[in-house]
Design a protein around this ligand. Sequence first.
Ligand SMILES: [Zn+2]
Length: 326
Amino acid sequence: MTSPATSATGAPDLPDYAPVPAIAKGAALNEHGYHVWQVERNLYAVTDNVYMSAFLTTPDGVVIFDAPPNIGHNIRRAVDEITAANGLTNQVTHMVYSHHHCDHQGASSLFGGDIVRIGHEETRRLLLRDDDPARPVPDVTFADSYTLEVGGERVELAWHGPNHSPDNIYIHFPDHDTLMFIDVVNAGWIPIYNLNLSDDVIGYTGAPAIALDYPWTHLISGHLGRVATREDVAMHQQYIADIEASSREALASVNPGPIFKHYGENVWAAVSAHLDAVTEHATAPVIAKYTGVLGGADIEIYTRTTTFAIMQSIRLDRGPSGPVHP
Ligand SMILES: [Zn+2]
């Protein structure tokens, strides 16, 4: 029997990667493990360098945008720190859900049952399905758009179709030059597995263009240590465009004939060998181009699984899936 090698510190024998590029570096965290900063006027973001949440301080109360359990009680600490420094109430009155996923909302219940929760109608349906006491269902829902007005501030919520999840919305702060849009673009980093674990490939790959249609300077994207710029979004779009181009090239150039001939009646083995070869062919140049440019680019399984998802979408959604039998 073998077991993974273990270092003197008790950690498994983990692979090494290239240094994190400067563009991907996070903030210095305080003794509680968070960093909070002013995005624009009374809009603040808080991060643990993995997850990001935001809040708006107003004379009538605080509005929280997402409550990731990774940040957890530090959301309250950050709100208390900022409101105390500005002589404002620290009472949380509203919470907006970007989407239903537990990794972004699992600390919602820390703020009790007396606040108004707002989300897309599909978020409510999915949270009723998931029945998680950590994520109380939204009281206020909308189908296409909703304007939230609290303490003289205005926030525009909108749903433009499924992307990362069926219910993921765009949260625009027109008076704060900011858009909050979660789990699609990561500032300075590539997406993790399968386009950030996304449901809808076409929706996901089209979403950055929708985000760029809004006027904003700061993008709160839900992860890592800083807000994204419009240049970060363009870089993400280029990474995805490179994968699409590489996938099309690989689908056209890897010949399945010899693979199917080799496996004979085991056609599933041939399908696997063919698609694995296409994925490998498409992935290699993208990893080479982005290593040292975007964080995580040399973690090969991320680009490989994202490429596989995009390549399948090219075959299944956009077509052609392959040559038509004569
Ligand atoms: Zn998510």
